[in-house]
Structures are given as structure tokens and as C-alpha cells.
Design a protein. Structure first.
Length: 348
């Protein structure tokens, strides 16, 4: 399940951190913006009109190289639909872009919601990030997880330095007004920033991920991306059982778990358990897939289903000693929370 620190009030895509929700709803422009970029109070819209072209003269953009201090009100009204699809997903709304200047390896976290302070602003935002070539065919970094006006957000580790373009689009035609948050992450042992699961606490590892073990086996929120994934610390038996919830709010955000394999040729076995500890015996208990990815984001093992029970499971042989991510994924938005228990075993 996802806890968002920025969400639309009431019926959002996740359990809401209400403190940050107030910031998101009531915040203004970033303190680093120039006077020319500040919202025009007489414009009748929620914020600064964005540039609808990706690439070109950097002076034409709102430019960020550090975190926004408060969410930025921006508008795509009066712009055009420059990009009608991102990867395989349709995005017929007007496009607006913010330039993000990064160094290779930097970690960022991005959010967008429709601006709740603007009337007649019923939107379904689509958030994506393009490199300096502005190619929208792959669309590897994007969020279109929620049905309707929920909070779209994603984490990003910059593979290269330079200028990237954060695209604010919509599944509905036309333009709208939005609140955008952009957060650069440091994981420096200080206070946890928005976009970090933790930082410097006793239950936090060196990568700012919450640790799950035998004594602390419940999912820690948020954990819907690799940066904020829960880290699994296996006991001597190499079997760990954890619990959590997935879904809620009509969104498709995954639950993500990180773990390390110490020995080559390791076999990984993942089973869903019922509440009484027995193995899942009905596919209705697992309306999600279990997928294994390596640290490069490549799928190491695709979703598997038990031929007899219809339950999701995973059986992977020959894993190299490396770092991996276990994803619980669902393509269809889930309105209610689905509890689960997951038993993960490593064996030689």
C-alpha cells in the first residue's frame, strides 16, 4: 500500500499524511522562482502558465535544480496537446513542461495533483519525465496510476546529468491547473525528506530504506517505488514472512521490497499465505502479480501463477549474488485495500 505525502483530500489513491496535504493544498510558488515566474493573481488560473514545448531555450522554462520549498501552482490552460501519448498510454490533455537540471546519480521525487483551489478544475493528471532528446516513445519515468484526480507521483534516479523535462499532461482533453512538487533526495543521515522512507533512524539502512525482519515484519509506508522500498533482512533460516496491504483509492501503485542475495546460484521461493498461516488456495486472495527485478530495473522473473490454486507465486532458480527488488503489481485499480502475507525463502 502507498502512503502519500501529497494527495487530493478525500478518496485519494492512498492513506494520506494530512500534514503535508495541508502544505500541498495551501502552498505557493517555490522561493527560488523569479518574479516573472510567480503566479499572476489576476490571471484567473491557479498558477504560472507552463511552456508547452519540450526542449529549446532554457530561459523559456521554470527551471529547478533543487527541491521546491512548497508545491508550485502551474497551469496548462491556453497551451496545446504537443504529446498525445506517453509510451503506450494516451494523454490527450494540454502539455506543460518544467526544466529539471540534474547531475548523474541524483535522486528525485515528483508529484502532481489538480489544484483544489481552482473552480471547475476536474482533471485526471498524467506526469512524466523526458530527457533532453524529448522522446516520448519509451516513457520510462511516468505516473498514470490513479483513476480521476488522485495524486500522481514517481521516483527518479538520474542516469545522466543535464536537463530533463517534467511533463504535466492529462488523460482528459484541454488544460487545467495543478500543484507540482519536486524533491531532490540526499539520504545524508539527517531528517527524512519527502520522498525518503527514513533517514538515520535505528530501523533505517544506509540507503534510507525501512528494514523489515522477524521482529518487525509489517510493511512500512511509503514503499511504492525502489527508492522507498522496504529492505528485507533475512534471518539465519533464510525464510522471512511479512505482511502488508495493497490497493485502495482506485490506483495501481505497487508494493516494493528490496533484498540482497549473498551467494550465486540461489533459488528464490515466494508464496502468499492465508491469515492462518497456510498457503494460499484461491486466486481471489491475490489480485496482484509478483515480479522480480534487478537493480537496473530489468525483469529477472515475470509473474507466475500456481496451476492448481490460481494463486500468485514465484519460483526463481540461478540468481546471482546481487541486489533485487520484489514488486507486487496490479494493472487494474483497486478500490479497497487487500491484506496479504508473503513468505520469502532463499535457498542454495
Amino acid at each position: 500500500m502507498t502512503v502519500a505525502s501529497a494527495a487530493l483530500l478525500g478518496g485519494g489513491c492512498f492513506v494520506v499524511d494530512t500534514g503535508h496535504l495541508d502544505d500541498l493544498r495551501n502552498g505557493g510558488a517555490d522561493a527560488g522562482m523569479s518574479d516573472a515566474q510567480m503566479p499572476d493573481e489576476d490571471s484567473g488560473t491557479g498558477g504560472e502558465q507552463l511552456n508547452d514545448a519540450c526542449g529549446g531555450d532554457i530561459a523559456e522554462y521554470i527551471v529547478l535544480s533543487a527541491s521546491t520549498t512548497t508545491p508550485m501552482p502551474v497551469s496548462t490552460r491556453g497551451l496545446s496537446n504537443r504529446i498525445s501519448s506517453c509510451g503506450s498510454r494516451d494523454a490527450p490533455g494540454n502539455d506543460g513542461f518544467i526544466a529539471i537540471q540534474v547531475q548523474a546519480g541524483e535522486k528525485w521525487h515528483f508529484h502532481v495533483i489538480p489544484d483544489p483551489s481552482v473552480e471547475d478544475n476536474d482533471r485526471d493528471p498524467f506526469l512524466y519525465l523526458l530527457d533532453s532528446r524529448c522522446r516520448n516513445t519509451a516513457c520510462e519515468h511516468s505516473s498514470d496510476a490513479c483513476v480521476g484526480s488522485g495524486d500522481e507521483h514517481f521516483a527518479f534516479v538520474a542516469p545522466t546529468g543535464g536537463t530533463w523535462y517534467l511533463g504535466i499532461d492529462d488523460r482528459m482533453a484541454g488544460g487545467g491547473d495543478y500543484l507540482v512538487g519536486a524533491y531532490r533526495l540526499f539520504c545524508d543521515g539527517g531528517e527524512a525528506q519527502h520522498g525518503e522512507a527514513c533517514d538515520g533512524s535505528a530501523t533505517c539502512n544506509i540507503d534510507c530504506r525501512e528494514i523489515l525482519d522477524e521482529s518487525r515484519s509489517s510493511e512500512q509506508l511509503p514503499n511504492d517505488n525502489e527508492i522507498e522500498a522496504n529492505f528485507l533482512e533475512f534471518p539465519a533460516t533464510q525464510t522471512l514472512t511479512i505482511s502488508g496491504d495493497i490497493g485502495g483509492g482506485n490506483c495501481t501503485y505497487p508494493d516494493v521490497y528490496n533484498f540482497s542475495v549473498a551467494n550465486d546460484s540461489t533459488r528464490l521461493v515466494v508464496d502468499i499465505l492465508k491469515t492462518d498461516g497456510s498457503t494460499c488456495d484461491s486466486g481471489s486472495l491475490t489480485p496482484f502479480d509478483i515480479v522480480l527485478r534487478n537493480s537496473a530495473g530489468e525483469v529477472r522473473a515475470s509473474a507466475q501463477t500456481n496451476a492448481t490454486t490460481g494463486c500468485s507465486e514465484l519460483r526463481v532458480d540461478g540468481l546471482d549474488a546481487a541486489n533485487y527488488f520484489l514488486y507486487l503489481e496490479h494493472d487494474e485499480p483497486l478500490e479497497r485495500l487487500i491484506p496479504y502475507r508473503l513468505r520469502i525463502t532463499q535457498m542454495l
